[in-house]
Write a new protein. Sequence first.
Length: 548
Amino acid sequence: MAKEYTIVVGGAAGEGVKKTGHIIASLFNELGYKIYVYEDYESVIVGGHNFSEVRASESKILSRSPKIDFLLALNEDTLIKHLDDLKKDGIFIYNSDDIKGKRGVAVPIETITKKLGGKPIMKNTALISAFAKVIGLDFKTMKEVLAKEFGKIDEINLKIAETAYSEVENVLTIPKLASKCYPLVTGNEAIAMGALKAGLNLYISYPMTPTTSILHFLALQQKDYNIAVFQPENEIAVINSALGASFAGKRVMVGTSGGGFALMTEAISLAAQAEVPITIVESQRTGPSTGAPTYMGQSDLLFILNSGHGDFLRFVVAPGDSEEAFYLAGLALNISEKYQIPSIILSDKDVSESTFSFDDTVVKKVKIEKPKLFSGKGEYKRYLDTKSGISPLAFPGTKGIVVKGVSYEHDEFGITVEKESEVKKMQEKRLRKYQTLIKEIDSLKTVNVYGKGSTALLTFGSSKGAAIELSEEMNVKVIQLTVLQPFPLKEVQESLKGIKKLVTVEANAMGQLNSLLNQNGIKTQGQILKYTGRPFTKEDIEQGLRNI
């Protein structure tokens, strides 16, 4: 059985819980473990209850565990909420300045911090150091991790770490593994990096959980990658600014969630009619409306697939971890440019904000693919009716030609038309692109398959993690869709050979993935749904299967 540990660190918003969890993940990463970190936080700036759940394992893991090995409590609320989840032989380490009369490893982290002249936030350093001692991690490694995380560790922080480390006893020793240390990357960071690798020039976004961190991450990359990052006043300005920049020849990506995307849908239709490339990251959270804005869901699926008015298709992908986020972001950007269509990266909060061990071999799979450009010979027709449906691109300012962009139905030059035959011709021209795209999709891997069995769990996005973990213990097959539109019917049908019972696993209340399958002639024998705002665990799916 694989060596595996689950650690929960909790406290109030503003106490640095997320950073503490990340440092703990880095400690285990240094020991050679593969990492998954789930972030849980309320929609408040100060107070409430936040926690990070760090899972460290010899093998790749992508989901939460209901039972924990170590509990690190910055306040009593953390013990109240999580102590029942601690395993019988689990250990909890707590802030004895705030919590009294508990059994466990007591550390006066506030007293230590104050006595040594540290800032209140530095009590996290004391808690982490005490934990490092408890699990038998040498102080040298602890110091190196802190230096990496903070860039440079100042003397006060170092003294706090040393004092807390000496305050407790070693209880056990976590073995070091002879494994590669992978970079720790969130799904949003991976999306950003994949887009950069595919030639991203401009990112535009209004801050909206769970995509806000893409905006922050790319803002820090502007000089290194020669890109621009822009935050306008709202999501309508976001999408229209992006279409203008794309029309001018820039590779553009925007980010939002369901509510923001709702404001963008008219412009999605404009992009389709004007054949302007645009890539949108839509990371799902719990809805409808504002819902539970800091928690996850997968209930935007049918909305995304049917967004915008009129007859047109989009290219829609759904990553389930950081490697897929990197690859599919690059693919979406390239497809959008090549076919001059909207591409949508349908993420969810668990993929976007969780941290994963990132296998960087995926980086070489993404390259910049150039669109079909005007040769410069002859008269330029922006909407030239070609066999593939793809018209050669040119950009405003190109000498000797006129480049038109139009929201009205138009002829090959971009002049508005209403004549029956002309309307029909251009509608068919645009749809012809999708036949070309389907042929390309057939050559790509659009479905991932894990495990074996006559029962299959079919899922998408972050829900794959718990399903895969269950498949390693039970005789079930997992089928994960990474491309949702155009629907990869051939590859899905191939993956279903020998399956007697097909069950969908999705984080919404109405079985939207099940509906998508039915639309494509695929019948299921059951659904496992979760709509609490929290991602699936292996145990959730196992119970769902038993119920079916």
